[in-house]
Ligand binder design. Sequence first.
Ligand SMILES: *[C@@H]1O[C@H](CO)[C@@H](O)[C@H](O)[C@H]1NC(C)=O
Ligand SMILES: *[C@@H]1O[C@H](CO)[C@@H](O)[C@H](O)[C@H]1NC(C)=O
Ligand SMILES: *[C@@H]1O[C@H](CO)[C@@H](O)[C@H](O)[C@H]1NC(C)=O
Ligand SMILES: *[C@@H]1O[C@H](CO)[C@@H](O)[C@H](O)[C@H]1NC(C)=O
Length: 582
Amino acid sequence: MLCFRYLYFVIISSTAFSCLFLPKAAMGNCIPLPNPSSSRCLSKKSKAYPIDTTFNLPSPLPSWPAGSGFASGIVDLGGFLVTQITTFRKIWAAYEGGPDNLGATIFEPSPIPEGFFLLGCHSQPNNKPLFGWVLVGKDNTNDPSAAALEKPADYTLVWSSQSLKIKQDSPVYIWLPTPSDGYKAVGHIITNSPDKPSLDEIRCVRSDLTEQCEADGWIWGNNSNGLQIFGSRPVNRGVEAQGVSTGTLIVETTGNTSATTITCLKNAKSNLSCMPNLAQIEALIQAYSPWMYFHPDEEYLPSTVNWFFTNGSLLYKKGDESNPITVDPDGSNLPQGGSNDGAYWLDLPIDESAKERVKKGDLQTSRAYFHIKPMLGATFTDLAIWIFYPFNGPAKAKVGIIKSISLGKIGEHVGDWEHVTLRISNFNGELRSVYFSQHSGGQRVDAPELEFKNGNKPVAYASLNGHASYSQAGLVLQGSDSIGIRNDAAKSNMVIDTGVRYEVISADYLSIAEPPWLNYLRKWGPKINYDIDKEIEEVAKVLPGKLKSSFEKFVKSLPDEILGEEGPTGPKVKTNWYGDEV
Ligand SMILES: *[C@@H]1O[C@H](CO)[C@@H](O)[C@H](O)[C@H]1NC(C)=O
Ligand SMILES: *[C@@H]1O[C@H](CO)[C@@H](O)[C@H](O)[C@H]1NC(C)=O
Ligand SMILES: *[C@@H]1O[C@H](CO)[C@@H](O)[C@H](O)[C@H]1NC(C)=O
Ligand SMILES: *[C@@H]1O[C@H](CO)[C@@H](O)[C@H](O)[C@H]1NC(C)=O
């Protein structure tokens, strides 16, 4: 009976691997399986997994304008060189556990270019197309007494899948390199053999060229496996941080995390020669500028700041509220620097018809404002794309069976700054991910999950009234299914390619002159004083009795940025101006 079952599986499964519980030699002889329940291992890999496909951007990358280090394939970290490898040899896969219970795969970079060495292995869940990379390193110190890279002194076996009864390829062995004094391990070496690998197969890195690392994204495993696999990233991230992501996996075995032993790399001399120059930035914008869709019901569209100023917005000063002044087209008469201290604020024109007109913005002349940021020790360039809206419309909520109800003044505010951020590899200029800002948080979406239009331009949706950005059309509820703030995103004929009318407003490493309005650090709209109870009462009128009190409780629990009582500040005051997106 077992034999028939076995034969059946072989026939339907074109990719049957050697089975963990059944030696290869035994398979042909059709001897009874040692453990009847292990027949499940024979059905492994009988279907295709998303990871079997390698993701490529829809169009080939353009050839970038000439420059120094950008897209040259190699980054100099000050003592040694790294390059990013995206071609792999598969070492092992589990076909269960991990995201969507589809398992995960471990890879080593292959081929490794002449003179470079393995620093660690890479892993990805099987539920997504292959889009990984891992760094390999080359010593160019020419100083044998203080080499940047050194063979490990030994290895410790940290985990093996040998005894796991799961759908997997032939068992895997995960080894932690024991570095020599003054060196640190950047990754594990992973084999299919219980024998210790040769010490020549991986390199450790001199301690001063490393930085503390943390887990980034769960890849596979749980407590019953005794192992969890994560991605890795530097703990300190931001425009001035020197930590470099390596693309290696880190593991957590029961009671022991490798995040404390495995390190990230460090751009020790803060060398930014791999950042794009101005011509390269313009080419990046033409290659990847997002298309931004506005909701078909959107009334409050973007404008340039120039349009906002010249169409009658006013600057108020605390203590002198009755004498607001008009603002110069480039904002040069706005107070510069200082802090968000409430001493000044902007507001709409006083005249009612001018006010209503300015609230609607002017999509046809609006612009995208680009801020260019060196990230992750400048192995990446972030292009933060800021859009200005004169007005943020009222929030809408879903309350029970009432699908959409406007919350009146709740959520409204003057002056709304929103952004999406592109992350580009400085090794080759490839778009890796896009961060979509949503209220005070947001979401990072990797390139394989983006929608593209006209080649490699990602699509972004600005939600109705609140202008939070999303990678997909549809409804996102903040709150619960029974009561929540609506974020509606949809396509319409109101759409812009952010690379058509744009301005690069800041790139510190290029000493670009910033427009005066960028250094206005006070509020772009007044602090709104409204009576929350009165607004709630107004909205609650139409609600059935039993919904009223839960609605009231919900509204009062909303954060300030939705209640809209605080006027918003400009891009430079947000923490992500200098920091990583969170
Ligand atoms: C930065 O890296 C480039 C490219 O390798 C190199 O030519 C340059 O000398 C480096 N600058 C410093 C200050 O190390
Ligand atoms: C742990 O992972 C295995 C696969 O490796 C899976 O079969 C099992 O259901 C998981 N257990 C839990 C508690 O999630
Ligand atoms: C954690 O791993 C390190 C390095 O292999 C080892 O020295 C230590 O004993 C481990 N600790 C536990 C609790 O297993
Ligand atoms: C609005 O601003 C634009 C751009 O500065 C300007 O051309 C236009 O005349 C302004 N319209 C009004 C009514 O002020």
